[in-house]
Design a protein around this ligand. Sequence first.
Ligand code: C5P
Length: 193
Amino acid sequence: MPFIIAIDGPAAAGKGTIARALAAHFGFHHLDTGLLYRAIGAKGGDPVAAARSLQPGDLDRPDLRSAEAGQAASRIAALPEVRAALVDFQHRFAAQEPGAVLDGRDIGTVICPDAAVKLFVTASDQVRAQRRAAELGADADEMLIQLQERDRRDRDRAAAPLKPAPDAVLLDTSHLTIAEAIARAIAQVEKAR
Ligand code: C5P
């Protein structure tokens, strides 16, 4: 049985950094599931058709990291048919030996409810806005408004809303260095192995 690590949380909390580090440390595969929704939002046209015909190559577009792509992603991510069309792809990815790390919003709650380790990564709104602003070369106040709007949309939707699984371990990275956050995540995985 492959070992599955599910990492969820709001935008710019540190999920991606932690997921990549865990995958490298344990020799697991890593899928940033936000890229699936970003790729569909960026394609334009009918999002359900785009979700059904999504190819791995669609995830390599360089413009997917922008704030606009994030907003477009969170709009189409509220559509149940879009989410349903992406389930098989994520399940196949998670089934790879020796293990996989998936990060997103609904991995521990919907996609991999039986994951061996579930982390819910958070940070204060201000810290997240500053981090994302530095990453994208954008204004922190503008980033704060955008992140809060996106988180609200992700939390309030009916289909697979952003929330911690009941058995998820909360990891608040507001006052942690990247190295500290990664060390805590590794410790949680070691406990479950
Ligand atoms: O993680 P990232 O910020 O790239 O995700 C972009 C958007 O995709 C999120 O705001 C959310 O609406 C959606 N998403 C989702 N479920 C996931 C991953 C991302 O709904 N598992």
